[in-house]
Design a protein around this ligand. Structure first.
Ligand code: IPM
Ligand code: MG
Length: 370
């Protein structure tokens, strides 16, 4: 098996804490399996701003373009709130997504049995839940022009953002969703607001077109995004793959994430088109963000970041067995009641720290490898 390169961008807040545990996991795989990964580390977000005055330095972007995959921790912290838009920590992440053309953002919302009690919904609604949200990530209102804040003749300030999608952008993310559905339960639900937005009408038509031309065997339905949000909390198990635009995907994926009990459990993959090597450009990151309220306290749950690495094993390295092994190790750790404070409910035991949680997952890997 070839040696792969990974660029690790731990970023801000709890990013470096959870990434430390991923490093241990990668070292374990290097020692015990055929998976060989060479890690380079660099700065992104506020950490990069503090050193270089920009949330993503050109040399980091260059490295990102040339690595096999990127692992990112989190970006952002309250101390950067007053910075101008162009240099906010979040811009570093958005620039990476855009420059690498990582158009398909995969956000699984899976409920592990051991955590079914942590959801805000009743257990029967979420036990066994397994949804994949495919969010378009490089277009839509996040990037559309014109944008900005202007002033009209009467002195009213006007905030402008533009929702804009092309046929090409919609079709390629739709294909990503249909391909995933074929390996799952063969069911795609596309969400937009075709009742009020022209871009939504185009979205619906183009997704339907890709379906009819290329994936007639996959079941396709359409929902308005507001109704989709309602259905997500009413009966989430009706969904298999959801495909939606950048902004609706941002919102719906946070809602879906919380169905599973904790944001601290959820990984994501952002994929582009396949490179010369045949593997897609890819960035893997936990969904949870920088969590300034618990930064530096050893309370962060490293599972989401570790599970993001499992997605890298699956989608970048094509090591599905190893990915499944890592997922099982996380599940077994939780099932034993070893948990960080986000997933802890008394029961006479104490919650464990980020690093003990990482060690426990590695311990399970050792058991599974025997
Ligand atoms: C996400 C985040 C980002 C987004 C922020 C940090 C720019 O909320 O990945 O969901 O809005 O896309
Ligand atoms: Mg978000």
């Amino acid at each position: 098996m070839p040696k792969y390169s990974a660029l690790m961008l731990a970023g801000d807040g709890i990013g470096p804490e959870v990434m430390r545990e991923v490093k241990k996991v990668i070292a374990w795989f290097s020692q015990n399996t055929k998976v060989q990964i060479e890690i380079d580390e660099d700065l992104v977000g506020g950490a990069s701003y503090d050193k270089h005055g920009t949330p993503l330095h050109d040399h980091t972007l260059e490295k990102a373009k040339n690595t096999d995959f990127i692992l990112l921790g989190a970006v952002g912290a309250p101390k950067y709130d007053e910075l101008p838009f162009e240099i906010k920590p979040e811009r570093g992440l958005l620039k990476l997504r855009k420059e690498l053309d990582l158009f398909a953002n995969l956000r699984p919302a899976q409920c592990f049995d051991a955590l079914a009690d942590y959801s805000s919904l009743k257990k029967e609604f979420i036990a066994g839940l397994d949804i994949m949200i495919v969010r378009e990530l490089t277009s839509g209102v996040y990037f559309g022009e014109p944008r900005g804040i202007t002033v009209d003749e009467e002195g009213n300030r006007i905030g402008i953002n533009t929702q804009r999608y092309t046929t090409h952008e919609i079709r390629r993310v739709a294909r990503a969703a249909f391909e995933l559905a074929k390996k799952r339960n063969n069911n795609v639900c596309s969400m937009e607001k075709a009742n009020v937005m022209e871009s939504g009408v185009l979205w619906r038509e183009e997704v339907q077109h890709v379906h009819d031309e290329e994936y007639p065997e996959v079941q396709l339905s359409h929902m308005y995004a507001d109704a989709g949000a309602m259905q997500l909390v009413r009966a989430p198990k009706q969904f298999d793959v959801i495909v939606t635009d950048n902004l609706f995907g941002d919102i719906l994926s946070d809602a879906a994430a919380m169905l599973t009990g904790s944001l601290g459990m959820l990984p994501s993959a952002s994929l582009g088109s396949p490179s010369k090597k045949g593997i897609p450009k890819a960035l893997y990151e936990p969904v949870h963000g920088s969590a300034p309220d618990i930064t530096g306290q050893g309370k962060a749950n490293p599972s989401a970041c570790i599970l993001s690495f499992a997605m890298a094993l699956k989608y970048s390295l094509d090591c599905t067995t190893e990915a499944a092994m890592l997922e099982t190790a996380v599940q077994k750790t939780l099932a034993k009641g070893i948990r960080t404070p986000d997933l802890f409910q008394g029961q006479g035991k104490k919650p464990v720290s980020t690093s003990i949680m990482g060690d426990a997952i590695i311990n399970e890997l050792n058991i599974l490898a025997c």
